[in-house]
Design a protein around this ligand. Structure first.
Ligand code: ZN
Length: 433
């Protein structure tokens, strides 16, 4: 495994929930000397300084300020969440004397079949009562605590004929025997070393604990949550290793992309706008400076892309399709679900060309609606030129996804070069320095 891939797979293995993805990003930022600041404090940002701020413990924005007057913002955005099952409060369903099942909701647009008949573990955040209030704790049980058993083919002869899954029947996890006195919350309280009664709030998810593996002849690797932890990690790696330049470099990791981003820690929130405008004000610049800087800024919305599937090669555009191990994907969509346009694409291609980073273009086949992502939502709050990019992968939203072993390195090189870039306008020309 190359160094980037090893770092990526370690990060994915240690990040079973959005809270853990942010906690592990935070560890890397701490090690690289970034200072944590809080939204509730007054900010004193120094030229040449590097900082990060969390929201809800499941989203983070980190930034690095140049020593001299900054020109614009060079921003990447990726997401910390992935499709999974979210446990309800009072999750245990007693089914007679024989079984205890868990009541859970589907989070995001998962491929149902991939969640059946595999051990599931539990991780997330609990809010614990303290003497003075409540405190967040992050838990990961790291062992199989549930399984969703499929119905035997002898009892459902239609199972291979386009079976329609009923979420409240087919996707109910089995936890234990009806005589058991232990609940999942008991296990979580024990893990956290607290009393169950002191848990006042919970965001607990069932996840696939299978580790990342290199597959076949070594060209591909598979892991849970590749969408979007592959972009989250590679952008972070590039951000931390980038040199300080004339732009404010910004790394955003948002939560809740899989459920529409319309939360206070999602890409559609005011989080980015709040951070950028406060940084500008703290550096003693006026509102006009902020608006001028936005016109010299670029956002990379980094969320994985669909590689050509070996068994379904026709479900792609004929000319704009992408393959694993062939570089960063630039995504386009006429209805602007991908916010790339000719201007932003040209800037990014120029950066990649200069640094010999391979890239590919992607359009949905014209009769396919495709998915949505972060860029256009983020633009509603902070309107900057945007390129939607990603790395090519298979099986998006399965509990175990597949990607190319070379692409993470390409992403780190391309995004690092992007961060080290500044833009200057001269009439119709944009100078990339
Ligand atoms: Zn995604």
């Amino acid at each position: 495994m190359n160094k980037v891939l090893k770092g990526l797979t370690d990060y994915i293995n240690a990040s079973p929930s959005s809270f853990h993805a942010v906690m592990n990003a935070r560890k890397e930022l701490d090690e690289a000397g970034f200072t944590q600041i809080f939204e509730c404090d007054s900010w004193k940002i120094k030229p040449g300084g590097k900082y990060y701020v969390l929201r809800n413990d499941s989203a983070v924005i980190a930034f690095r300020v140049p020593k001299k007057e900054y020109s614009g913002f060079m921003i990447t955005a990726s997401h910390s969440d992935s499709p999974c099952l979210k446990l309800k409060e009072h999750a245990e369903i007693i089914a007679g004397e024989k079984y205890i099942k868990l009541s859970a909701e589907v989070y995001g647009g998962m491929i149902f079949a991939s969640w059946l008949d595999r051990p599931l573990s539990a991780a997330g955040r609990i809010m614990v009562k303290t003497e003075a209030g409540v405190e967040a704790r992050f838990i990961d049980l790291k062992k199989p605590v549930a399984i969703i058993p499929s119905l035997a083919i002898h009892m459902n002869r239609e199972t291979n004929d386009g079976y329609k899954y009923k979420k409240n029947v087919d996707l109910v996890p089995l936890f234990g025997s009806g005589k058991s006195k232990t609940t999942l919350l008991d296990m979580i309280a024990k893990e956290a070393g607290i009393k169950k009664e002191d848990i006042l709030g919970q965001d607990i998810f069932l996840y696939n604990p299978m580790k990342a593996e290199v597959i076949g002849d070594g060209s591909f690797f598979s892991a849970p949550r590749l969408d979007d932890l592959e972009c989250a990690y590679t952008c972070l790696n590039a951000f931390i290793s980038a040199k300080n330049t004339g732009s404010i470099q910004v790394y955003c990791l948002y939560d809740n992309e899989e459920v529409g981003s319309l939360t206070r820690q999602g890409a559609a929130a005011t989080f980015l706008k709040d951070v950028l405008s406060r940084v500008n004000a703290s550096l003693s610049y006026d509102e006009e400076k902020y608006l001028r800087a936005l016109s010299l800024s670029l956002l990379l919305s980094a969320d994985n892309a669909h590689a050509v599937h070996p068994n379904f090669p026709d479900i792609c555009d004929s000319n704009n399709k992408c393959y694993m191990n062939e570089g960063i994907v630039i995504k386009f969509h006429a209805s602007q679900k991908y916010a790339t346009d000719g201007y932003s694409a040209a800037l990014f291609k120029c950066i990649c060309d200069k640094n010999k980073v391979p890239y590919q273009t992607y359009f949905n086949r014209s009769d396919m609606p495709g998915g949505s992502t972060l860029g256009n939502l983020s633009n509603a709050q902070v309107s900057v030129a945007t390129v939607d990019i990603g790395l090519p992968q298979l099986s998006m939203h399965s509990s175990y996804e597949t990607a190319g072993v070379k692409d993470p390195e390409y992403m780190v090189s391309g995004v690092k070069a992007f961060y080290e870039t500044s833009l200057v306008r001269k009439g119709n020309e944009t100078v990339i320095s």
